[in-house]
Write a protein that binds this ligand. Sequence first.
Ligand SMILES: Nc1nc2c(c(=O)[nH]1)N[C@H]1C(S)=C(S)[C@@H](COP(=O)(O)OP(=O)(O)OC[C@H]3O[C@@H](n4cnc5c(=O)[nH]c(N)nc54)[C@H](O)[C@@H]3O)O[C@H]1N2
Ligand SMILES: Nc1nc2c(c(=O)[nH]1)N[C@H]1C(S)=C(S)[C@@H](COP(=O)(O)OP(=O)(O)OC[C@H]3O[C@@H](n4cnc5c(=O)[nH]c(N)nc54)[C@H](O)[C@@H]3O)O[C@H]1N2
Ligand code: SF4
Ligand SMILES: [Mo]
Length: 684
Amino acid sequence: MSYVNQPDGIFPSVCSLDCPDQCGLLVHKKDGKIVKVEGDPNHPVTQGNICNKVRHMAERIYDSKRLQYPMKRVGAKGEGKFERITWEEAIATIASHWKELIASEGPESILPYSFYGNMGILSAEGMDRRFFHRLGASRLNRAICNAAGSQGYKYTMGDSFGTDPEDTVHTKLFIFWGVNAVSTNMHQIALAQKARKNGAKVIVIDVHKNQTGRFADWFIPILPGTDAALALGMMHILFAENMTDAAFLEQYTVGHKELQEHVKQYDPHTVSAITGVPVEDLYRLARMYVETSPSLIRIGNGLQHHDNGGMTVRTISCLPALTGQWLVKGGGAIKGNSGFLATNTTAVQRPDLLENKKTRVINMNLLGNALLELDPPVRSLYVYNCNPAIVAPEANKVRQGLSRENLFTVVHDLFLTETALYADLVLPATSAFENTDLYTSYWHHYIQIQNPIIERCGESKSNMEIFCLLAQAMGFDNEAFVDTEEAIIRQALDNPDNPYIKDITYEALAEKQYVKANRTVIFPETLSTPSGKIELYSQLMEDDGYAPLPAYIPLPKESELPFLFVPGPNHNFLNSTFSNNEKHTQMEKEPRLHMNSADASQAGIEDGDVVHIWNERGACELKVSVGENVLPGVLVSQGLWADLPGTKYTVNALTPDRIADMGEGAVFFSGRVDLKKVHEVSFR
Ligand SMILES: Nc1nc2c(c(=O)[nH]1)N[C@H]1C(S)=C(S)[C@@H](COP(=O)(O)OP(=O)(O)OC[C@H]3O[C@@H](n4cnc5c(=O)[nH]c(N)nc54)[C@H](O)[C@@H]3O)O[C@H]1N2
Ligand SMILES: Nc1nc2c(c(=O)[nH]1)N[C@H]1C(S)=C(S)[C@@H](COP(=O)(O)OP(=O)(O)OC[C@H]3O[C@@H](n4cnc5c(=O)[nH]c(N)nc54)[C@H](O)[C@@H]3O)O[C@H]1N2
Ligand code: SF4
Ligand SMILES: [Mo]
């Protein structure tokens, strides 16, 4: 189905961005152009509310900077000089380079690099995966986002299953833990607001009193990377005061006796010294948690962008078992819910096309190293759905790698991103409103199809189209490369391993638009942990080389520099998306560095000063906000800003490319920095 030929009207759609809410949208068209994007009031969860970013999506779609046609580089790498070419030339150039590389150095010299700039299954993990499997290219471990926390959660809970957000209207206590939900999960906040009308309380535990902290009834500031200690301290009190749900522990968990012994060492004084949370607050938190039902912990991504992130999430996710909250409607925890909507990835991605070749796997968090040091080297990089020059850690290394003369780089995007500036070939991408795709949320339980609404921009093509063309040019004649969008959507929905989506068919989606998985609770199903129960003690972890019981592992002190630097995302961008759109940068104004007033006065820095922030990896410059929103010794910034002329906003110049304790995840928030006032500001 397509709405492209209807110049006027209101058309159903879905947000394609990497955001848990995955809103239902209504797109208004006049004379063939989008004039308004609003929330669809009929979406059962998002109910007509959407964020400001997407309300202004048309400004991005029709931004005059949109790429219109393929281009080849005519200047130096990074300089941004390009010349128009045809699609035939673009595809033929890529195919001939790759054929040569395959013959001379083997297919693993080619590296695809992508993330979820478009969350659609066809756009993010469909024909692209088939193509690179068949090619035998190096594989990418896409561990930049939630890898550490997801593995940590799995050790405790088996898979990505948590509380149904729709049940949280009944919740009486929300603990938003390391999640900036006002900006990053606004409908969970809307649900909390509703619950508040019935007396629910909201606690926020964060290193930064940001918009979410301000929304809380009680904000608990904590030192970065110490959350596992706080959770263990809560467990200590729950066991010591006999407040655990013994029947639940007995029936649904493994290892509660060992845990009870183990947490004796995490007495409130010890925990307070580690976390910065006063002893009386720790008691109050533990008692509120056990005395209020239903209680929900929303476990965020911020917690796990640390060296100890996997174990932190593993530890926090044990808490609802101690109180038996998993059996209460609206109780439990939400880390992610993608398990409920699992589609048939084998059919969609076709790993069989690899023919059992054990091709090497490269971690996307180590892109700088991969480009500069790997042997045998990466000779060609194909980037789509991602902007690594801004979002990957160790940005200076990444850019040095991208500058290599003997690296053939192709970037497919809607815009000439910072990464695209280093490309040999730039290919224009369609926006999600120009494509067909299938969307599954990782927070709520609904699936939705996107039908094309507008004409494609210039000569732009979707990810799927390009990989079909490349397959043809490479001479891949497998039937996998001629499947239509509809065919792949049907394959995705037909997942024998997930009976809970068996009623979600292509036809049902066409008719009803939003269809919910046929399962909303975790129990009484058996969990996919080895024991089938919640594993407070995990033999599997021990076998994998971890402590089998939840633990607090202090962050490694990477240097003697005085501040921990936590550069998170912001309200009006989606990672680096929108950072190049005027409307959104205007709404966001400018990036700020939040600093405690005691630190500021010691360093002679005043509110509004511009500072040069540095460490051994690089530097950036931001304006300081002085106050009490962060604890002493902590600096927080928000936003992955574009390289706007005259600015030095790239926070990832400072972030480490170490790998977290689990899932090979990223550790954006565990780096140390120092700063000094910039006396001569040459810009602003
Ligand atoms: N508006 C907007 N929405 C987004 C995004 C965006 O860029 N903008 N990005 C999307 C993506 S890809 C993701 S993964 C999610 C991320 O969204 P969230 O899950 O909210 O994760 P972050 O914003 O990275 O971090 C959440 C909070 O963790 C805090 N934090 C950092 N370290 C610690 C710590 O050690 N302990 C505690 N308790 N808190 C800590 C930060 O101060 C921050 O407030 O949001 C998605 N939605
Ligand atoms: N310092 C710091 N760094 C971080 C984070 C942090 O909190 N702090 N968060 C990390 C996290 S959680 C994540 S998920 C990553 C996200 O990092 P990225 O995945 O790189 O996300 P974006 O910056 O939004 O870039 C997505 C790009 O995809 C393009 N795009 C959109 N749709 C399509 C399409 O259909 N086809 C093609 N070819 N391109 C398309 C967009 O135009 C955009 O340039 O960033 C990580 N980086
Ligand atoms: S970015 Fe998130 S909140 Fe905004 S419209 Fe998309 S799914 Fe909804
Ligand atoms: Mo993410």
